[in-house]
Structures are given as structure tokens and as C-alpha cells.
Design a binder for this molecule. Structure first.
Ligand code: C5P
Length: 218
């Protein structure tokens, strides 16, 4: 694998709807980094399982991931709660994780030249995928606050959703993501802990920016 030298690599791990994706985008914009929401990769594979169940095997998934482009991950269909639930099931599969990691490693270590580096967010980024990230964050928030954020986000697109259902599905995913055997979500000691429960997006970003600037100037 080609690895670009002297690039900044930032990892963010977090449970669902803790605001990691939003912070990753802000970080990416400020420091000119390629941003990858790694959950979208698992959602992409989950969507294959939902829409092409008869073709769902490792060979086909490999073929699809070899051809995967950033814009494929922007497909709006991938944002649904149903896709998220299936994603957390297929994410327990070791072979699928291996395939998805290949794509994520390319983004982390060999971002296009126009970027100064990469910022990946997910569940196992600082702990497994980009173990030698320069700066690692763990972002979390109270589960009810996370569910309300996700509810509002989904509600804006789909009127049928209800808060209790979203809360239940987030709790279920938290449990599955934290307790699975392979690549469970966990905070390791070198990760900076950010609790976004009662912080606004901008105050969270200010905290993060302060840490990054300090690390960069060290
Ligand atoms: O972050 P998002 O909610 O889009 O992730 C969907 C699911 O994909 C998660 O619940 C998790 O099971 C899985 N995932 C993962 N490892 C990552 C990112 C996401 O297992 N790095």
C-alpha cells in the first residue's frame, strides 16, 4: 500500500449520533484533510444486503469495494435507520471488516495530494484501522441526547420515524458495537475524551481545535 509521508492523520471514534461526523467535517475543512465517515462503508455493504440479497457474498462485496468511490457513499439511501441496523449486524463479520478496512486504509494513508492528510471517524479507527494516527479523539454523549439528535435529523427527511424507536435502535447498536468480539468500540488511553452532551457543535469544535493546534505545535 502506498503511504504518503508527513501527512496529518486524525482519528475519531464514537458511538452512534455523538456528533463525530459533524466534527470530522469541521476538522477536515479547517485543516484541509480528506474526511471519511467509515460507518458509510458498512452502510454501503448493508445496502447491498438489502437490495441485492441474492448477490451478497464476499466475492461480490470485494468487487464492489474495489470500485468504491467517495460519491457512492453519499447515496441518501444509506442514511436510513434500517440500513444502520443492518450495518451493525454485517459489521460483526471479520471478512467484511477486512474488505472495508482496505478502502479505509487507502483514504487514511494515501489521500489525494491536494489534502494535508486525513480524518476518519468510526468505531475502530484509533484502535485498529489507523493505530498510528497523530491525534485520536473519542467523542460521546448521553444516549437520550444522541437519540434526539438522530431523531431530528431523520425526521427532517422522513416523517414516519418516532423518537422511541430511534432511542431503542441506538441502544441496540451501542450494545452490539461495544460488545462484539472483533473491533469493538472502545476508548483507548491515548484518545482525547470529548463529551458533547451539553456542548454546541461550535464549542465542541473549539475544544478539538485547541487540542489539535497544541499537538501540531509540539
Ligand atoms: O457511524 P454509523 O452509524 O454510520 O455506523 C453504522 C454501523 O457501522 C455502526 O453501528 C457499526 O456497527 C458499524 N461501524 C463499524 N466500524 C466503524 C464504523 C461503523 O463497525 N469504523
Amino acid at each position: 500500500m502506498i503511504k504518503r509521508k508527513n501527512i496529518l492523520k486524525i482519528s475519531i471514534d464514537s458511538p452512534a449520533a455523538a456528533g463525530a461526523g459533524t466534527q470530522a467535517k469541521l476538522i477536515g475543512k479547517h485543516y484541509n484533510l480528506l474526511v471519511l465517515d467509515t460507518g458509510r462503508c458498512y452502510r454501503y455493504v448493508a445496502n447491498i444486503k438489502i437490495t441485492e440479497p441474492e448477490k451478497f457474498n464476499y466475492k461480490y462485496i470485494k468487487k464492489k469495494i474495489d470500485k468504491l468511490k467517495m460519491k457512492d457513499l453519499q447515496n441518501k439511501k444509506l442514511s436510513s435507520d434500517k440500513v444502520a441496523t443492518v450495518a451493525s449486524i454485517i459489521a460483526k463479520d471479520k471478512e467484511i471488516r477486512k474488505l472495508v478496512h482496505g478502502f479505509q486504509l487507502k483514504c487514511a494513508y494515501n489521500p489525494p495530494k491536494k489534502y494535508n492528510g486525513s480524518c476518519l471517524d468510526g468505531r475502530d479507527i484509533g484502535s485498529v484501522v489507523v493505530k498510528n494516527a497523530d491525534i485520536k479523539f473519542y467523542i460521546t454523549a448521553n444516549v437520550k441526547v444522541r437519540a434526539m439528535r438522530r431523531y431530528k435529523e431523520l425526521k427532517a427527511k422522513n416523517k414516519k420515524i418516532n423518537y422511541k424507536e430511534v432511542l431503542k435502535s441506538i441502544k441496540k447498536r451501542d450494545k452490539s458495537d461495544k460488545n462484539r468480539k472483533i473491533s469493538p468500540l472502545k476508548k483507548t488511553k491515548e484518545m482525547y475524551f470529548i463529551n458533547s452532551t451539553s456542548s454546541s457543535i461550535s464549542s465542541c469544535f473549539m475544544k478539538i481545535k485547541k487540542i489539535i493546534d497544541k499537538e501540531i505545535n509540539n
